[in-house]
Ligand binder design. Structure first.
Ligand code: NDP
Length: 363
């Protein structure tokens, strides 16, 4: 079949079949739906305060279902968002979304150690999967999620909201077009001063806790999207001062990434100290985003005096709309599972380097 007749064939085949020229697997796209139905899985802080309100502002998707292990949350959510009884699930019944045409997407907003299991349940149910960062605990889990999505012909997208943010997209373009010349150095830090309650999942290694998984992925992802390159080696050091609060995870970390051609990136993250910057130096100038990872107010400037003022849009609404549109149109998402896997590979290599006394570890 030549290209033109193939295209005609696809148009005739209608919206059920989508093809990408980027090697992205064919996905099942929902038929003739104005808005895709999203079920939030795990009704914690991020789902409650950012994603659900964001879904009130989206054009291409809306909140239609919930998956929760807390029965007391159900009436509150049902009333606030008009969710019918038939669209309420718990972790044991979540696989039954397979029979629910209202739900097109499950959005996994669970503690990190649960991302893989519930993403795979969603994919097997034939639903598109949006999963929060960090994608999963290790590369094998990430790969299993990617495989499950491919096998079930659904999209798998990671909730890295910064890649949807306009100023971030501008500096990604600066990197691609070498607006300020070739990048010579990158520095970035993400952190906050936090006190966690006893038992909080972010304080346990087995639950994917620690500053590197939680905040370190922001600088790591930023180095990769800013340069458009993948590192060849990394090194780092994980530290904990408040050992009573963080019995077996890092409270902070510093790390270095080495890219092809010798470019270096210097990152840091912390649960003890606020930090929120991305600085890029180039052969012909510099630019930055300060803050670079906030929910709003991301702004930047450049060596030529260009100001990148904050964008007023609801970040999570924009992200979910972009991701819903990718499903509706059958185009690759901005942040596919492979992007999440690349970061988790780097996180794991930094942990290994720290264990080996800050040796360089190839990735
Ligand atoms: P929370 O602890 O506030 O919420 C997690 C929810 O998961 C709980 O409320 C609970 O919901 C459910 N849950 C199920 N099993 C467990 C368990 N064993 N322990 C704890 N909770 C459980 O976490 P966040 O909302 O802050 O984070 C959730 C995910 O979102 C993480 O992966 C995090 O990295 C990511 N995140 C991303 C952000 C971003 O900007 N992209 C920002 C913040 C978080 P229920 O009671 O309904 O079962």
């Amino acid at each position: 079949m030549n290209n033109i007749s193939r295209k005609n064939f696809l148009i005739k085949a209608g919206s059920a079949l989508a093809v990408s020229s980027f090697g992205f697997p064919n996905i099942i796209t929902p038929k003739k739906k104005e808005k895709l139905g999203v079920a939030l899985v795990g009704l914690g802080n991020y789902a409650t305060n950012w994603l659900a309100p964001g879904l009130l502002e989206t054009e291409h998707c809306e909140l239609r279902g919930i998956v929760t292990g807390s029965p007391e949350k159900i009436p509150v959510w049902q009333e606030r968002y008009g969710i019918p009884d038939g669209n309420v699930y718990n972790y044991q019944t979540m696989h039954k979304v397979a029979d629910n045409d209202d739900i097109d997407v499950v959005y996994i907003v669970l503690p990190n150690h649960m991302h893989a299991e519930y993403s795979i349940i969603g994919a097997k149910a034939g639903k598109h999967v949006w999963c929060e960062k960090p994608m999963a605990m290790d590369e094998a889990e990430c790969q299993a999620m990617i495989d499950a999505a491919n096998k079930n012909r659904v999209q798998l997208t990671i909730g890295y909201r910064m890649q949807h943010e306009p100023n971030t997209q501008t500096i990604i373009r600066y990197g691609k077009e070498q607006t300020y010349g070739a990048i010579t150095k990158m520095e970035s830090g993400g952190g906050f001063s936090g006190n966690f309650e006893e038992g909080a999942w972010r304080t346990f290694a087995a639950k994917g806790g620690g500053a590197l998984y939680d905040m370190g992925v922001y600088p790591i992802n930023a180095f990769r999207y800013s340069s458009g390159m993948e590192p060849v080696a990394v090194k780092g050091r994980l530290t904990t001062e408040r050992t009573e609060m963080f019995p077996d995870v890092d409270e902070a970390a510093v790390f270095e990434l080495k890219f092809p051609g010798g470019l270096k990136a210097y990152g840091e993250c912390s649960f003890a100290e606020g930090m929120n910057y991305l600085d890029i130096e180039c052969t012909d100038g510099w630019y930055n985003l300060r803050p670079f990872l906030s929910y709003s107010g991301v702004r930047g400037e450049t060596s030529s005096g260009t100001q990148l003022p904050p964008d007023p849009a609801h970040q999570q609404a924009r992200q979910m709309d972009n991701d819903a549109l990718a499903i509706k149109e059958g185009t690759p998402p901005i942040v596919p599972g492979e992007d999440g896997l690349a970061d988790v590979r780097i996180v794991r290599a930094i942990m290994k380097s720290s264990d080996k006394g800050e040796e360089w570890v190839e990735v």
